[in-house]
Design a protein around this ligand. Structure first.
Ligand code: PLP
Length: 436
């Protein structure tokens, strides 16, 4: 497609400094494999898999063909009280890939919707079991769980909260898992498992039997890749088991091979009760989110309901939308055929070696990494976030797209990344970060 942009004024861009952008736009017009092309015709390396979503690389024709085939056969079917066969097939394939008895999958359109769906399922689960007093939700400082009211309430990023009122009532936050002693630790830090005791403290303060769920990203992504300290997630699991609290892993970033296994739950060997997915579920090619639940959650809500009753009053016009399902089926086929999760595990060592080799650059105050995900903190400039934004723009001008949040910089290349791309990425990072 070739659209000439005659005006930049009408489009209100998300999470963007709109006025700054419009002074010097960064338009991306084409993508293939590991690269984008800008409207100036320059080739740019994708260091963040789009927004952690394009795991199989850009422009996978198999996915486009599957979408086109699905469209010509069935463009849309209503998701309430009707189904189409591919939805059932996708859910089955996902349950094969998911850990433990995560045998049931609910579809939505984004990570934000997956998070809000997961929170609602946790509340409905307790109510179905006669424990409707469990309404409190526990999140964590620094977390990102999307932008809907539920997700924003349990998340812990001040900028995403401060303009939007008070959010959900009854939410409390654990501390994030970062400690200064962990600086530059690679993989899971040795220090910090005791931070999981914050959940026990919430139980002691609020009464454990008032708490419905505890939601965490197994690796806190957007805040800058905080890898869970050794033993931390296990301890959260123990506390949840002891008190009947539903443990939710938000795997929107970590799902589908980012950690070198299908899910972070596999990598860290902790089985949550509910898991969210989105992003790489369709290789980022069509919006889609999903929530997986274990048997006991599904059984309590669905199999306990009266015959003929709608068991969960929740869903979206585009739940299991045919083209999204087709894109996801084609994506999962690529992951299997190209063994991409194992590939991510294999190349992770090289990726982390090269990223950690940047630690002599004075501007970098910390590096964290696991699998094909790494984060680094940059020394702040005069205002928080100013350094990160400046670096984002300079990296782009130098041919590299990465994600920044505040003054943290995130690297999450597509799982098809080769050594030469990692070398190019780290060379550009070194050049640009050494300019200050
Ligand atoms: N949860 C996590 C952990 C995320 O990282 C994100 C997005 O980055 C979301 C939820 C929200 O996903 P979406 O932007 O698709 O709504």
């Amino acid at each position: 497609m070739n659209y000439a942009a005659n005006s930049l004024e009408s489009y209100w861009m998300p999470f963007t400094s709109n006025r700054d952008f419009k002074e010097n736009p960064r338009l991306i017009v084409r993508a293939k494999g590991m690269h984008y092309w800008t409207h100036h015709g320059e080739k740019v390396l994708d260091g963040s898999a789009g927004l952690f979503c394009v795991a199989a690389g850009h422009g996978r024709q198999e996915i486009g063909d599957a979408i086109a085939r699905q469209f010509s056969e069935l463009d849309y079917s209503p998701p309430f009280q009707f189904g189409h066969p591919a939805q059932f097939e996708l859910a089955r394939q996902l349950t094969d890939m998911l850990p433990g008895d995560h045998n049931h999958v609910f579809f939505g359109n984004s990570g934000s919707e997956a998070v809000d769906t997961a929170l609602k399922i946790a509340l409905a689960y307790h109510r179905a079991r006669g424990e409707g007093q469990r309404v409190r939700l526990i999140g964590r400082d620094g977390a990102y769980h999307g932008v809907n009211f539920g997700g924003v309430s349990v998340a812990g990023m001040v900028k995403n909260r401060e303009a939007f009122g008070v959010g959900l009532p009854g939410v409390a936050h654990m501390r994030k898992t970062w400690l200064p002693e962990q600086r530059f630790s690679r993989g899971q830090p040795e220090q910090g498992a005791e931070l999981a005791e914050d959940l026990q403290r919430m139980c002691d303060l609020h009464g454990a039997d008032n708490i419905a769920a505890c939601i965490v990203e197994p690796i806190a992504g957007s805040v800058g890749c905080l890898v869970p300290p050794k033993g931390y997630l296990q301890r959260l699991r123990e506390i949840c088991d002891q008190h009947g609290i539903v443990l939710i892993f938000d795997e929107v970033i970590t799902g589908f091979g980012r950690t070198g296994k299908p899910f972070a739950a596999d990598s860290f060997e902790v089985l949550p009760d509910i898991m969210t997915m989105a992003k790489a579920l369709t290789n980022g090619n069509v919006p889609m989110g999903a929530v997986a639940v274990r048997d006991h959650v599904y059984d309590a809500i669905v199999n306990n309901a009266a015959p003929g009753a709608v068991e969960l009053f929740h869903g979206y016009t585009y739940s299991g939308c045919p083209v999204a399902v087709a894109a996801s089926l084609a994506t999962l086929e690529i992951y299997r055929r190209e063994n991409l999760f194992a590939r991510a595990a294999e190349i992770s060592e090289y990726f982390l070696d090269q990223v950690y080799a940047l630690q002599d650059i004075p501007l970098i105050t910390d590096i964290r990494g696991y699998g094909l995900l790494a984060g680094m903190d940059l020394a702040p400039a005069d205002k928080p976030g100013a350094r990160g934004f400046d670096v984002l723009k300079r990296l782009y001008a130098a041919g590299l797209v990465v994600k920044t949040t505040g003054d943290a910089l995130l690297l999450s290349p597509p799982l098809i990344v080769e050594r030469e791309h990692i070398d190019a990425m780290c060379k550009t990072l070194r050049e640009v970060l050494s300019e200050d």
